[in-house]
Design a protein around this ligand. Structure first.
Ligand SMILES: Nc1ncnc2c1ncn2[C@@H]1O[C@H](COP(=O)(O)OP(=O)(O)O)[C@@H](O)[C@H]1O
Ligand SMILES: [Mg+2]
Length: 361
């Protein structure tokens, strides 16, 4: 799968920019704060429907503009796609692919597969469980868009249950709790099954990659918040019911997939506690490459890779390993330093300065 062109109008610091890409390596370079990441962000938007860093779409529209427009052409082994996106200040964003309006994020997930790796990901291993859930959720959604629907439904019900828990001491209807628990147990059973399966397969890919990078053993385990001998809907419901008194006491939903986590072990030590900086870097790289390989194994299309400013974070042996892995695949690399990336004939260079791109060759 590869992206052939992108046009940006009033997106971030780009007024009007057209870019055409190499199906192999695209190296986007320039000083800080010139607009390198903005390009990757635009690409990512077409894959996930939202920015990897902006809290709201409003941030994406050029200062002083009312709307932004983006156009992307991409291709897989079967078809060519033209995707359009419009962001309007104070309005909803609209997306279409080959003239089909995309009305739900889960629809969008069926088209462009992207795996992004940026410096923030380096805290994946030691950072908050929320970041690890985010990683799992976005990866599983890309593989199985129906997962995103289950997740959205679950979080809607959870927010209802949370409001109820806050109101029970003030006379809220306690009986309603079982109604929400039933719905949540049903959703959780599906989501937990998919998370467990995904993590199992991801672990297989990641441990192979980690071996190749550093010779170390990597294992990834699912750590569900609800620990029961079986994870079917009835057992989960009973668990929630049995713990409702505690949830009422704390006025908060204490158990469920919103509290799940994953554990990463390197050479049988818990990486969250014991991993060195270097080990964290290798393990994160292994997880990202594993995600890409998982997508390839499921879809028969290698995803597009976005590597934002990470080359300077990796030592020479990891960079060399990565370069070998991405050979013949489409990848976008941003860097302030072009020396960190080995250019080949297939590499296309883009120099970014203050919202304008100069394409070499
Ligand atoms: N909505 C916006 N309108 C105009 N400029 C923006 C907007 N959002 C960010 N910028 C500008 O984009 C630049 C940062 O772009 P970015 O791609 O993150 O830089 P880098 O090249 O370091 O990756 C900054 O100069 C910032 O002021
Ligand atoms: Mg940047």
């Amino acid at each position: 799968m590869y992206i052939s062109s992108l046009s940006l109008m009033n997106f971030r610091n780009y007024e009007n920019q057209k870019l055409s890409f190499s199906p192999y390596t695209n190296l986007i370079y320039g000083d800080n704060a010139q607009g390198k990441t903005n390009i990757l962000e635009a690409l990512y938007l077409f894959s996930q429907g939202r920015s990897h860093r902006a809290k709201s779409d409003r941030e994406l529209i050029r200062f002083d503009s009312q709307s932004a427009r983006l156009k992307l052409r991409f291709h897989d082994s079967e078809r060519d796609y033209t995707a359009l996106m419009q962001l309007i200040r104070g309005g909803r964003k609209s997306i279409s692919i080959n003239h089909i309006p995309i009305t739900k994020l889960s629809m969008l997930m069926n088209y462009l597969n992207i795996v992004m790796f940026s410096p923030e990901d380096l805290s994946l291993i030691k950072g908050s469980p929320a970041a690890r859930r985010q990683f799992i959720d976005s990866a599983v959604s890309q593989l199985y868009p129906s997962y995103l629907i289950s997740l959205t439904d679950y979080y809607k019900a959870l927010s209802q249950k949370s409001s109820l828990l806050k109101s029970i001491k003030r006379g809220g209807d306690r009986n309603m709790l079982s109604v929400w628990n039933e719905q949540l147990a049903k959703g959780a059973a599906k989501i937990m099954r998919q998370r467990r399966e995904f993590i199992g397969i991801l672990c297989g890919f990641a441990s192979t990659v980690q071996k190749e990078i550093s010779g170390e053993e990597l294992e990834v385990y699912y750590v569900p918040s609800i620990r029961t001998s079986s994870e079917d809907e009835n057992t989960l419901f009973e668990f929630l019911e049995a713990h409702s008194r505690r949830e009422i006491e704390f006025h908060s939903a204490l158990y469920g997939i919103q509290r799940d986590d994953i554990n990463v072990f390197i050479n049988r030590n818990n990486a969250r506690i014991f991993a060195s900086q270097g080990q964290q870097r290798s393990a994160t790289l292994a997880l990202k490459i594993a995600q890409a390989e998982y997508i390839f194994s499921e879809k028969d299309e290698y995803p597009v890779l976005l590597l934002d400013d990470i080359m300077s974070e990796l030592d020479i042996s990891r960079r060399t390993y990565l370069a070998e892995k991405i050979r013949n695949k489409q990848v976008f690399i941003t860097s302030t330093d072009t020396d960190l990336v080995k250019s080949t004939e297939q590499t296309k260079l883009f120099y970014v300065k203050n919202g304008t791109v100069h394409q070499d060759g």
